[in-house]
Design a protein around this ligand. Sequence first.
Ligand SMILES: C[S@@+](CC[C@H](N)C(=O)[O-])C[C@H]1O[C@@H](n2cnc3c(N)ncnc32)[C@H](O)[C@@H]1O
Length: 369
Amino acid sequence: MASIRPDDFTFLQQMLKTRSGLVVTPDKAYLLESRLTPIARSFGHTDLSALVTQLRGGRDERLAKAVVDAMTTNESSFFRDGRPFEQFRAHVLPSLVKARSGQRALRVWSAACSSGQEAYSIAMCLLENKAAWNGFQINILGTDLSTEILDRARDGKFSQFEVQRGLPIQMLVKYFEQAGDRWQVRRDIRSMVQWREFNLLDSLTALGSFDIVFCRNVLIYFDQSTKRRVLEAIARQMPEDGYLFLGGAETVLGITDRFQPVDGLRGIYQLAMGKGARPAAGPRSGRTAAPAAAAPSSAASVGGRPLAQAGAPGGRPLGGTGPAGSTSAGGRFGKAATTGTGAQPAASGLSRPSGTGALSRYANLKTKR
Ligand SMILES: C[S@@+](CC[C@H](N)C(=O)[O-])C[C@H]1O[C@@H](n2cnc3c(N)ncnc32)[C@H](O)[C@@H]1O
């Protein structure tokens, strides 16, 4: 263990586990030191011991929150891992659009959304495939434990480095505008996502029900029982034909039997039959991957309805009208729109894409915030 005192380490370890689920093993004690020493200084302490003494007093919620925030890993990128968004476009979206032909509404949750790339990727993917969900209200909610990171997500400003990770250049041109030396997600795209500070260890009931949950690259920081607790809480907020997306290093297998993998899709799960799943409101989708999407031919109500709140208790409506790209900017994330089966011209001031050539991908370098 590094030079942090053993009892201080144990206190911080316990506090982080209780407050956020984060497990810090003794071999990661150096992380406590490197990330918390600046926090200690900013709260007027000379060392970590003094910080822990103040935390033990238990009266400074601001400090406790700063400590948890500092220990979270906010690593994220646009269209992270690629495949989940391809599967979203090609299978999950068409399957649920078919199943919800009655109520014509879907709710998507980016749980542990970090600085927002995941939720914005979902929004862009939807816009690139607008013809596939014409007339639907789709609500996207992004939540995270960290106030600071959520502020960044809401702001939608990204560095050159961040937009070079996973974001096709055509989408950068189409959905972002330059803000000084940064790139900001256009206002109408930002208005498609609602943001809310939320701890996955808290009761999920107030969030309402979600048809699609992206809970990616956060369970890896939890121990088995916390993973189970969070996954089973998510299961209770999903209809039986909902879809759960996990990160590449995450699984439900050996953790809970409430979910089962969807045949043919990687990293995507649905509620296991006979495990207390609530019935879906529409016709039930299959347990296997739906065939790749063909965009619906009718465009009667394209662009006529805002992306709006679809059933979250106490939620407010979203203000933005999803612009319909007439040409896909996103290569493999936008195939449905390129089929030319009803996509409408941009409806809210978005510029047309400047080109539809091959994806321009840049080096996928790692950052550590
Ligand atoms: C590595 S990022 C993942 C971001 C995104 N989902 C992705 O896959 O790119 C993990 C995020 O989980 C958040 N987090 C950690 N513990 C959490 C908790 N108990 N409740 C909600 N968010 C949490 C962190 O603040 C961090 O932003």
